[in-house]
Design a protein around this ligand. Structure first.
Ligand code: SR1
Ligand code: MG
Length: 421
């Protein structure tokens, strides 16, 4: 049977098009009762909230182009297929950490999933100065479980190789990351934009040979080191929160890459949230206290990542790497520990570098972040962004010598008191 050709949904067509799907009816009730609104505010897709007699669901559908830019930038629909496959793997590897998937239609490029009642996007919450207890622990465990269990440390070799081949098809989204994160910020690429007052700092970054070389080393690591299945776009816009609950969403950029990429992107987005606070919280004492919470959350994320990675290393290391037959089975538990520490050190170093380039691209590239963009006072925005650029450089260049999160957060505090313009 021929499948129905793809058609972008509208609030008016959702009930007709999805009303017969049992999994959707089971969660939302009969389609006659549905009220549908489109709420997508991301860069790429349509997102509908369907509210019915029985409950609510989210319908996420890919558009055949980049929503942020328009039809002039075509983008394949198969990103929905990769998002679905990433979501079901994350659900298995880190139970309870992602929305439940109810239905996937590959031809229509859509995923129907759990509606996260009362949740908001973490980025918005960070601008509002809201605290979320346990967030760092949740994110650290999510990264450790998805990355360890999605790598040659934890996976069966045949499954891993099949999976690597499957996600190798996510070409165009990888291409976006490769260009937007690692290359475009470092020259005057067509779609870049930045706050004009940053010009002198931007000129000095783009003339910085060491920085450009380091960014390309990081790009090589992203492109060549298929260490684990990554979320691939793990910023604070890809996390939803409600009090002490959190879920990770939007893994359409999923690809095999270095573990430090997800971890570093998260750290970057916490650092930028802290650096942008002068634009959002006026009261100095409140701002300093909230900055400390944000930095502490980033620290806890790394600590919980390390602790959970360590636990998994000791209890679930059943993949082809660092076989127990070479270490524990020979009475050489210390050898396994030495290898674990080496792996963690490599992830840490990578994470710092990825953190730095993520900070640069969110200030200089196409896809900015609300924390900076919503600072209306242009001079203040430039001051905050300049600190982000300087901090980003220090992380990229210093990634081999920065020891721990205490050093990272101390430097962030220091930089927040300085003016680089
Ligand atoms: C053209 S897509 C721009 C950015 O939006 C996504 O959220 C990713 O971060 C991507 O780099
Ligand atoms: Mg996204």
């Amino acid at each position: 049977m021929d499948s129905i050709p793809y058609k972008a949904l509208t609030p008016e067509t959702v009930a007709t098009r999805l009303g017969d799907i049992a999994a959707v009816r089971a969660h939302a009730g009969p389609p006659e009762s549905w009220k549908v609104v489109e709420v997508g505010d991301g860069n790429l897709n349509l997102v509908f909230i369907v509210t019915g007699a029985q409950g609510q669901v989210i319908v996420k559908q890919a558009l055949p182009y980049v929503r942020l830019v328009g039809e002039s930038w075509p983008l394949p629909l198969n990103r929905s297929f990769f998002e679905y496959h990433a979501l079901i793997r994350q659900a298995a590897r880190a139970p309870g950490s992602v929305p439940e998937v109810y239905h996937h239609d590959e031809a229509q490029a859509l995923v129907v999933m759990e509606f996260l009642a009362d949740h908001v996007i973490l980025r918005q919450s960070l601008m509002a100065g809201t605290r979320h207890p346990g967030l760092g622990a949740f994110l650290g465990r999510f990264c450790a479980q998805t990355l360890f269990r999605g790598s040659d440390l934890g996976m069966d070799t045949a499954e891993r190789k099949r999976d690597l081949a499957l996600f190798a098809g996510n070409i165009e989204l990888c291409d976006i990351t490769e260009n937007l994160v690692f290359t475009d910020p470092y020259f005057a690429a067509e779609m870049n934009r930045h706050t004009p007052a940053l010009d002198p700092v931007v000129a000095s970054l783009r003339a910085d040979r060491d920085l450009k070389v380091a960014a390309q080393h990081l790009k090589a690591a992203f492109a060549n080191n298929a260490e684990a299945l990554l979320h691939g776009d793990l910023h604070t816009g890809s996390v939803m929160v409600s009090g002490d609950r959190a879920r990770v969403i939007d893994p359409e950029f999923a690809t095999y890459g270095p573990m430090g990429f997800d971890v570093g992107m998260l750290i970057a987005n916490f650092l930028m949230a802290a650096l942008a606070l002068p634009g959002h919280l006026d009261d100095r004492a409140e701002r300093d206290s909230y900055r400390d919470w944000v930095l502490q959350t980033a620290t806890e994320m790394w600590e919980h990542f390390s602790a959970e990675f360590t636990r998994l290393w000791r209890t679930e290391r059943r993949g082809i790497l660092y076989a127990a037959s070479l270490f524990e089975d020979q009475g050489d538990g210390l050898g396994a520990e030495q290898a674990r520490l080496d792996r963690l050190a490599a992830i840490w170093r990578d994470a710092l570098g990825f953190c730095g380039v993520e900070m640069h691209r969110r200030i200089l590239g196409l896809a900015h972040i609300a924390e900076y963009d919503q600072i209306e006072d242009e001079a203040l925005r430039a001051t905050c962004e300049a600190r982000g650029l300087v901090r980003g450089r220090a992380l990229v260049i210093g990634r081999g010598s920065i020891r721990d999160m205490a050093e990272v957060t101390e430097l962030a505090r220091h930089i927040m008191e300085r003016d680089y313009l």
